[in-house]
Write a protein that binds this ligand. Structure first.
Ligand SMILES: C[C@](O)(CO)[C@H](O)COP(=O)(O)OP(=O)(O)OC[C@H]1O[C@@H](n2ccc(N)nc2=O)[C@H](O)[C@@H]1O
Ligand SMILES: Nc1ncnc2c1ncn2[C@@H]1O[C@H](COP(=O)(O)OP(=O)(O)OP(=O)(O)O)[C@@H](O)[C@H]1O
Length: 272
């Protein structure tokens, strides 16, 4: 079975509390971004994982696709071995949730290939054990994410359907843990659901990603890229998640405008 784990974007991100276990309470809206890896799951004589495409830092034994299989195998010891092949496209350390998507899509594909008949609720419970962002990718639809980022409420965003979008990854790896460590939690100035109900042009004043302020002193480039997206006419521009990817939205266009950017940056142009 071949699946295409897609990335996500965050619209607004409020970090409201640091918990004693080091995790943070947040509120954010996540929406699927059709920038995809490719993942194949096949029955095999022994369980293996092969990787192509963008190099993934860390030991392949801890790859989230493999960990997804191991989680299911622990509860269903009779499942047969599988071969997993991941072709990595989505940049890492980007705030695009690429690894989390691989984990969730692996769970979904294994559920089908191994005929486990798990419900979405059960798959979400497994996904939560692999990472805060993972549960979002089980249903993979726009959602308000609360708690650790894994308590999901569907939130349709009809005003963005078909909107032109540009995502810029400035070849800069920002670790999620490092980004959270630099944030001082605070109460949000605007209620996110209410702010997103307004026209996209109003979001510039009301929809805030709290990581932008804390990352700005170390990475002024992120603010510069956002300013460039606004100069190119974006109705809204923001950092995604904990960065370093920055995106712009043009709801009136089907393709974003061309921008002159350094050759080493990765740029995704498309429609939501
Ligand atoms: C920034 C976001 O992408 C926004 O959607 C997510 O909150 C990140 O979720 P994620 O990558 O799935 O994060 P996890 O793999 O669960 O955790 C990585 C690290 O991020 C920090 N972390 C993550 C989620 C959270 N609610 N609070 C945190 O403090 C912790 O230091 C943790 O060790
Ligand atoms: N399939 C995978 N794809 C990407 N990273 C993976 C994968 N499996 C494990 N990892 C590990 O996860 C780390 C990436 O997580 P990190 O949270 O920094 O970035 P991210 O994927 O851009 O997501 P986020 O939106 O959470 O910031 C990598 O350094 C790697 O060690």
């Amino acid at each position: 079975m071949l699946v295409f784990p897609n990335a996500k974007l965050n619209l607004g991100l409020h970090i409201t509390e640091r918990r004693p276990n080091g995790f943070h309470t947040l509120e954010t809206v996540m929406l699927p971004l059709p920038w995809c890896d490719a993942l194949e799951v096949l029955p095999a004589a022994e369980t293996t994982l092969t990787l192509t495409g963008r190099p993934i830092p860390g030991d392949p034994a801890t790859n989230l696709c493999r960990r997804a299989y191991e989680l299911l195998q622990a509860d269903f010891p009779a499942v047969p071995p599988v071969h997993l092949h991941l072709h990595k496209v989505v940049p890492i350390g980007a705030g695009l949730g690429g690894g989390s998507a691989d984990a969730a899509f692996a769970l979904r594909a294994l559920n089908t290939v191994l005929q486990l008949q798990l419900t979405d609720e059960q798959l979400e419970a497994y996904a939560r054990r692999l990472g805060s962002d993972c549960a979002f990718f089980i249903r993979n639809e726009p959602a308000l994410a609360l708690g650790r980022g894994d308590e999901l409420q569907p939130l349709p965003l009809p005003q963005l359907r078909g909107a032109a979008c540009k995502v810029i990854y400035p070849n800069l790896h920002i670790s999620t843990a490092e980004a959270y460590a630099g944030v001082t939690p605070k109460a949000p100035a605007h209620e996110l659901r209410a702010a997103l109900a307004g026209p996209v042009e109003s979001w510039r004043e009301t929809v805030v990603n709290d990581f932008e302020g804390s990352l700005a002193p170390k990475y002024p480039l992120l603010g510069e890229l956002k300013a460039q997206l606004y100069a190119a006419g974006a109705a809204y521009a923001s950092l995604s998640g904990s960065g370093s990817a920055v995106f712009g939205l043009w709801p009136e266009l089907t393709q974003p405008p061309t921008m002159a950017l350094p050759a080493e940056y990765l740029v995704w142009d498309g429609q939501l």
